[in-house]
Design a protein around this ligand. Structure first.
Ligand SMILES: C[S@@+](CC[C@H](N)C(=O)[O-])C[C@H]1O[C@@H](n2cnc3c(N)ncnc32)[C@H](O)[C@@H]1O
Length: 289
């Protein structure tokens, strides 16, 4: 079987299930053949596959038939033009999370040596991107999941950046430090249980629930803790950058103001929900709790 035939057969297996069926098959085959990108497939349509390659490729296609996300099959995802490895129980980086980096890079663009803290680092995607944007930055990153800590460390090693970031296994609700940062960044779990129930199977079956679900009240438990308990660890005029859930903005803005912050930028989705916010610490004291 050559590349052209393998593609044709695989298209017919996924057609009707996914709008992106062609793209999906091409990504899976390029990955099986360790090609840099899909274009290489079309430059080598006559190339014959080995038995092993055929088995691997059609195993991947069958996994996709069961709605497994492509990034979970090939165990990597492009994020901020970085090739981020993602292991089984670690959240796949999402494109909307890149918006956080746009907000941060705009306001801190002249400060290449910032000190940052990444809370709930997951795959390490935000940490790696920050190191890329701010050439001389140093950081710390932690996660309650051991697999995420390891995943972040492996991605740092892959990009030869391990010496710039300390990564550790910690629960946010037990985390204490005397260090001061220029930036605290987090995309914490922010869904209510009731919202989680309605997610599609490809998320519920393949993504870690503990990376997504916060509480059943309003989903702001993590932000509340970070704002109230870690504000002293942010330098005056330092920034907090959050990815947030639907309908959480007004509550969070109020909480931020009460704790000496001003929201300086935000990003809205097409449905008018605010998904990312950036706030600046302008006061060194709490007005009210
Ligand atoms: C939405 S994911 C974000 C991962 C990554 N930062 C990203 O943007 O793709 C939330 C992360 O927070 C971690 N987490 C959940 N509860 C935590 C806690 N109590 N303390 C620290 N990290 C936690 C999860 O393991 C998960 O990796």
């Amino acid at each position: 079987m050559n590349i052209q035939q393998a593609l044709k057969n695989s298209y017919s297996l996924l057609n009707g299930r996914f709008q992106t069926y062609k793209l999906d098959c091409e990504i899976l085959l390029a990955d099986t053949l360790k090609m840099k990108n899909r274009l290489d497939l079309f430059l080598n349509l006559e190339k014959h596959l080995t038995k092993n390659e055929i088995n691997t490729f059609f195993y991947y296609v069958r996994e996709r038939q069961r709605f497994k996300p492509i990034s979970k099959i090939i165990t990597k995802k492009e994020f901020w033009s970085l090739d981020i490895d993602v292991s089984k129980n670690v959240l796949i980086p999402r494109p909307e999370t890149e918006v956080l980096l746009h907000l941060v890079s705009k306001v801190l663009k002249n400060r290449l040596n910032i000190k940052f803290l990444d809370i709930g680092c997951g795959s390490g995607c935000l940490t790696l991107a920050l190191l890329k944007i701010f050439f001389n930055s140093k950081g710390e990153a932690f996660d309650i999941s051991k697999e995420s800590v390891l995943n972040t460390k492996l991605n740092l090693k892959k990009y030869n950046k391990s010496e710039r970031v300390k990564v550790f296994h910690r629960d946010l609700f037990k985390f204490k430090t005397h260090r001061k940062y220029d930036l605290i960044i987090s995309n914490p779990p922010y869904l209510k249980h009731s919202e989680y129930i309605n997610l599609c199977p490809s998320i519920k079956n393949y993504e870690p629930k503990s990376a997504l679900v916060s509480d059943n009240k309003d989903g702001i438990k993590f932000y509340n803790h970070i704002i109230k308990n870690l504000k002293e660890n942010l330098k005056l005029n330092g920034y907090i950058a959050f990815e947030i859930g639907d309908s959480q903005f007004m509550k969070l803005q109020k909480l931020l103001i009460q704790n000496g912050f001003v929201v300086i930028s935000k990003f809205k989705l097409i449905n008018d929900q605010i998904r990312c916010l950036l706030a600046k610490k302008t006061k060194n004291y709490t007005l009210q709790q």
